[in-house]
Design a protein around this ligand. Structure first.
Ligand code: MG
Length: 491
């Protein structure tokens, strides 16, 4: 029965001709898509990007067999907004998903948005997500209502949890409010599987997600599939299974990354075991940079400035690897800028799916992934929003303009110890600052005074973005913004 259905689909795909991606040979079935998405993993946190104190051999293999992007960006430096961009191909501002949705949130991804899972469903893909969702936890927003056949994981961040060890050290009032979180559930399909996650459960999350991912591959090996593995780790509070506890010289953080690397290895091994590697695009990246205030429990942005919660490159520039044997040149490196919003339209091209009728912001980056000669970023510019829809930075080519705004920083002080955060201070950018990322990837030298024409060009681009997507810093309402999904009131 399944084979019959597949045969019809591929026949239809071939008949449609132009819809079939040029990447796939005619006799091929469309590629499987495996998307592994970490939480708060920094630019410098895996071997191929210079990690120290632990090894990531499976990720190293992924890099050696595929392409590494040195300028791949998340659309926002925070969990929910970043995931909204990944799964809709839109700037988070366009789909009105901001920040990190907490247990009290009454909004989520709008039913009219086309998710990556819904997109590949056009081509009959099996779809599964094993990990953290974070695009609304009310039933109507859950993955199985947004294109995924299968879901197992946390509905939001693993620190939105009354048992978070950090709360023991907080001032009483704050601790009480935080401990007032409802129990953290683990969801299977759209039902509560574990009503109150414990520390022991947190230790098993990476293992459980991996086991579900491997079983999914096994179960769907004879049809095209989209497997999405958004790990809860290495978001604090960090937890690791006994398999990896105490195994690295980088402490718990290194142990946690080692377990994620193991997970990648298990998924790659499952693809090999079922002879699927040659027909599978594997992508590995992260939602935002390291949460630096957690110090030894945080990752590293490597040479980049600042981390999560800022629009400095440390907050938004991510490690990115992609592998597809025979289609992506092994050991290749791409220095062109790209963003998570580009994954949806790129996958659409590869599987021969229609893009949504509504506007999206991402563009097809297959020429960059596949190492096409002379391929350039399809984007003229990129926009970085954070907080309550503040347009904080604009990037065009090597230039990045930090607009006037406030940001958080440790100001050179060390981060926290033992899972406790150190306090941030707030700093203000009073006048736009211009950085040349080609010669100054650490955004240390403001060259605005030397390049007033570049500043003017980027400010003009910022104006266009404000018109389209809004900007709370200048009290602008965007004309191209769509509403979030809201909890049905039953009225
Ligand atoms: Mg995150």
């Amino acid at each position: 029965m399944i084979l019959l259905r597949m045969g019809w689909l591929w026949g239809a795909a071939l008949a449609l001709g132009g819809l079939v991606a040029s990447a796939g040979a005619a006799e091929d079935r469309p590629p499987n898509i495996v998307l592994i998405f970490c939480d708060d993993l920094g630019y410098g946190d895996i071997g191929a990007f210079g990690a120290q104190g632990y090894r990531t051999p499976h990720l190293d293999r992924l890099a050696a067999d595929g392409v590494k992007f040195t300028r791949f960006y998340s659309a926002q430096p925070v969990c929910s907004a970043s995931r909204a961009a990944l799964l809709t191909g839109c700037y988070p501002s366009r789909v009105s998903i901001q920040g990190a949705l907490g247990p009290q949130a009454k909004v989520g991804i709008h039913a009219d948005e086309l998710t990556l899972a819904e997109l590949v469903k056009q081509r009959g893909y099996a779809t599964g997500i094993f990990g953290k969702w974070h695009l609304g936890h009310e039933r109507q927003f859950l993955p199985t209502h947004n294109g995924f056949d299968e879901y197992f994981g946390l509905p939001y961040s693993n620190d939105m949890w009354p048992l978070h060890p950090e709360y023991a050290k907080l001032p009483p009032g704050v601790a009480q409010r935080k401990r007032g979180f409802p129990d953290l559930p683990l969801i299977e399909q759209d039902q509560v599987k574990i009503p109150a996650v414990t520390a022991e459960h947190q230790q098993q999350l990476t293992t459980w997600y991996t086991e579900h991912a491997v079983a999914f591959i096994e179960r769907h090996r004879q049809e095209p599939f989209f497997l999405y593995v958004p790990h809860s780790m290495p978001h604090v509070p960090l937890y690791v299974s006994d398999k990896f506890a105490g195994k690295t010289s980088r402490g718990l953080f290194g142990d946690v990354i080692s377990e994620i690397d193991w997970s990648v290895g298990e998924i790659l091994a499952a693809l090999d075991q079922h002879a699927l590697a040659e027909n599978t695009l594997v992508i590995f990246t992260s939602d935002n940079g390291p949460w630096l205030s957690y110090g030894e429990h945080a990752g590293s942005a490597g040479p980049l400035r600042e981390g999560k919660g800022t629009c400095w490159d440390g907050g938004v520039r991510e490690p990115f690897l992609a592998r597809w044997p025979g289609k992506i040149p092994p050991g290749s490196v791409c220095h062109e800028p790209a963003m998570t919003i580009d994954i949806l339209p790129t996958v659409a091209g590869l599987v021969g799916a229609r893009l949504p009728a509504h506007k999206i912001d991402g563009l097809d980056i297959w020429p960059l992934l596949s190492g096409a000669a002379g391929a350039k970023s399809p984007h003229d510019s990129f926009y970085f929003y954070f907080a309550d829809n503040e347009l904080q930075a604009v990037m065009r080519g090597k230039w990045k303009l930090q607009l006037a705004h406030q940001y958080r920083t440790l100001g050179g002080k060390p981060g926290g110890q033992g899972g406790q955060p150190a306090p941030y201070e707030v700093r203000k950018i009073a006048q736009p600052e211009l950085y040349d990322l080609e010669s100054d990837s650490g955004e240390q030298h403001d060259v605005a005074a030397a390049h007033p024409e570049v500043v003017r060009e980027l400010e003009a681009l910022a104006e266009q973005a404000r018109e389209d997507l809004g900007d709370s810093l200048t009290q602008r309402v965007g004309q191209g913004v769509r509403p979030p999904g809201r909890v049905a009131t039953g009225g």
